[in-house]
Ligand binder design. Sequence first.
Ligand code: GRF
Length: 210
Amino acid sequence: MSEGFVLPRSGSEANPVRLAVLVSGGGSGLAALLRYQRAQRCHRTVLVLADKVDAGGLQHGRDAGVRSIGVPLPMNLDKSERREAHERLVNAELEAAEVELVVLSGYMRILTPWFVRRWKGRLVNIHPSLLPNFPGAHAHRDALAAGASVTGCTVHLVDEGVDSGPILAQREIEVLPGDDEEALQERIKLEEHVLYPEVLDRLCSGRISL
Ligand code: GRF
């Protein structure tokens, strides 16, 4: 199961692991991580990258003084070539910034096997359900539709599947009577904002082994 994963080096406050955070939307998770990193940590965000130039999350990066860029899909290319060409642009930015760990935080694109293999073990995601339950883009809706009484969030390493790589940590959240998608999403996010920095601490200090 853990084949081909190369974990990041152990960072320290003096020499933190260099993170890129990839976002598509508002980036509340990114904002929480940047707040956490105001203190010296064993990881530091050096690049915020969005797949849209107007993604709200970019502003959080700029406010924190972090290089923050939109890298949109190259629409001049044929659809069949666009996806990998986009990832090559993204990868060039990651390499130019000497990124060591890629943190997906509400990045709404499925990555190609080429990109996953390039970063395998140094590519981490947060998903708003207790995986393997409710993978995909509608986790809250699916949990409510299934009548789940408990759901949660999961931090995992990314492999070539969708929301399927090795799980690093999970937190349970109760589904309350009257919850709609939005209420559930907001409660899960509060937990995500604590869990993701904690897992990054472990991952960037050699406290995770596969
Ligand atoms: C989070 O709930 C995360 O689990 C999911 O996307 C959401 C991102 O929210 N992958 P935000 O953009 O950080 O507010």
